[in-house]
Design a protein around this ligand. Structure first.
Ligand SMILES: [Zn+2]
Length: 583
């Protein structure tokens, strides 16, 4: 491309016929039918976000109405006659393009009304394309309304707007309304690929995906990004080029943040945010990128990533490695939290991802509860609130759901007798964590209280150690019995690191215990399910559910926790993609 002939791609490849408009088939088909059948409305309202083809379609419509190659309006304007050429070049006398933002006074509209009375010079119709029409003043709208009510037969109005809600209903009701859609990523990619082919240039698939995603459904945006890249790149356009040109946050930084979150290293996280801000990156974009990143992790964790995430292989591998380290519950929570954060920035991405994580939650976690609710309940458990807050205590709850000693949530609730010595805090005081003195007499209830407090430290501790039954106290050691049937629980609780963590939790939450000792109880009945306690070998399932499958499902900590906390039942079991182990 010689510099003097340089045209931006959006202009160079602007569609000149209805069939070339990308992603708006529902509109171009209707317009072509209207023209063919001779039912041409005198006022059109084109609604949709910027850069998705409203003005382009308006110009094609103007050509269709005025092409000289046909005897009347035609759905396929020739594109070469003097009218078509003038309209394409933007200098047709009878096609008047008005920017609503700068011609929004009542005088402007009056002038337009005077102008409308004059018959077209070279064309069948005078076409008025008013862009950003929502910017007109109220007085201008009123003047426009008068024109729309009694338009001369030779006048056609095409009003275009990104903000339909700002247009008076009286105007909308006089127009035929067309809603333009954001263009799906695959169609944008096809378009970009076509342009590159015509320009004799190359780009990787991942690069085009990244461009299309960044354009968020906008044809013009995708074309101008491609323009920049063509100027920037010497040879083939790669994924990395797109990141460099768009100023997207470096992927390594995403990985670093993820690792810091996994390590709960707050200092590192804040240092990384500082880096982003210092580098002058846009925080909105950064948060969106983070959301996209964790969404990708969630997809890696739950579905076929290669099909759904369009990233280079090495990036997919890096994602998969991290996805395996995060529990599904945590991942969903992260995605939801970032989604909520992005939501405050009013983004399309957030809506889509909120939808996706909800879908994953209902199909993988198996119960339609918001994670917030689960978290609230778990927090309530940790503060000793749930037992008292539960509407009615179930018989089975007497051993599993403890009513820990302090801080009843409602003053009117009868206070529970304390498990051990420490004085209850004043009712107004926040829930305190006075250590519990554990005795053989109170150890079962105390154990529940300890486990619930530990849930603040680590959800895994709650999930697995909760399955143990205290059987005695030796000095500073609590003996816990686990059923041999639950292999995963045994693996977890027999791990020395986990035992140490539990011992530390005991030191924190009790006055007299510092370690645990595990005994294994041979048991082939269904007692390993945490909420099966209380009534023999009954599993918390609905009739018709296979007991073996239910047991298997209950080994999943998220399922077990939900069933237990919500006193739920398993009503359906679906197997999920292979290779997907929930930790
Ligand atoms: Zn023509």
């Amino acid at each position: 491309m010689a510099d003097d002939q340089y045209l931006v791609l959006a202009r160079k490849w602007r569609p000149q016929a209805f069939d070339n408009v990308v992603g708006q088939d529902h509109i171009t088909r209707t317009l072509k039918n209207a023209i063919t059948s001779g039912r041409i409305h005198h006022a059109f309202l084109f609604i949709g976000s910027r850069g998705i083809g409203k003005t382009t379609t308006a110009r094609i419509l103007a050509k269709a109405l005025n092409c000289l190659e046909a005897d009347g309006p035609t759905p396929t304007p020739c594109g070469v006659c003097s009218n078509c050429a003038a309209i394409a070049a933007g200098n047709a006398i009878d096609v008047i393009e008005i920017d609503g933002a700068s011609n929004n006074s009542v005088e402007d509209v009056r002038e337009l009304r005077d102008n409308i009375r004059m018959v077209p010079t070279n064309a069948r119709y005078k076409v008025y394309i008013i862009d950003e029409v929502h910017q007109l003043s109220i007085a201008a709208f009123n003047a426009l309304l008068k024109t729309l009510e009694e338009p001369p037969p030779h006048a056609i109005f095409i009003l275009a707007t990104t903000e339909a809600h700002k247009i008076p209903a009286t105007i909308i009701s006089r127009c035929q309304r067309y809603d333009f859609r954001r263009v799906p990523v695959p169609q944008l990619i096809t378009l970009l690929r076509k342009i590159l082919d015509k320009e004799g240039l190359a780009a990787t698939d991942e690069a085009l995906h990244a461009i299309a995603r960044a354009a968020e459904g906008g044809v013009r945006d995708s074309e101008s990004i491609l323009d920049e890249l063509i100027t920037y790149c010497d040879g083939e356009i790669t994924f990395k080029d797109v990141f460099d040109v768009l100023g997207l946050v470096d992927w390594q930084l995403m990985h670093d943040i993820c690792d810091a979150i996994l390590a709960k290293d707050v200092t590192r996280q804040l240092v990384l945010v500082e880096e982003v801000v210092t580098a002058g990156k846009d925080l909105t974009q950064f948060v969106e990128e983070l959301l996209r990143y964790f969404r990708n992790l969630l997809v890696c964790r739950t579905a076929n990533a290669r099909v759904l995430i369009h990233l280079p292989e090495e990036e997919l591998d890096a994602l998969s490695k991290r996805a395996e380290k995060i529990s599904l519950t945590n991942l969903i929570r992260l995605v939801e939290q970032f989604s909520e954060l992005v939501n405050n920035f009013d983004s399309q991405l957030a809506q889509r991802i909120a939808l996706e994580s909800m879908l994953i939650r209902i199909s993988k976690v198996g119960v339609e509860v918001s994670l917030d609710t689960i978290m609230d309940k778990l927090v309530a458990l940790g503060q000793g609130g749930l037992g008292a807050a539960t509407d009615q205590p179930t018989p089975a709850a007497s051993t599993t759901a403890a009513t820990p000693p302090e801080a009843p949530p409602k003053p009117e609730s009868p206070p529970d007798p304390p498990v051990a010595g420490p004085a209850k805090p004043a009712p107004a005081a926040p829930a305190s964590k006075a250590p519990i003195q554990v005795t053989p007499e109170n150890m079962i209830r105390a154990w529940d209280a300890i486990i619930e407090r530990s849930s603040h430290d680590d959800l895994n501790l709650l999930t697995w150690f909760k399955l143990g039954k205290p059987t005695g106290i030796d000095g500073e050691t609590l003996r816990l019995s686990f059923s041999s049937a639950n292999k995963r629980a045994l693996d977890f609780v027999q791990d020395r690191g986990n035992q140490k963590a539990m011992g530390e939790a005991l030191s924190r939450h009790t006055t007299n215990l510092t370690s645990i000792a595990i005994t294994v109880q041979e048991d082939t009945s269904a007692k390993e399910a945490p909420s099966s306690a209380g009534k023999g070998s009954d599993l918390p399932v609905s009739p018709g559910i296979n007991a073996e499958e239910a047991k298997e499902a209950l080994k999943d900590p998220s399922v077990a926790t939900i069933v237990d906390v919500f006193k739920g039942r398993i009503v359906d079991i679906k197997s999920v993609t292979s290779g997907d182990g929930e930790s």
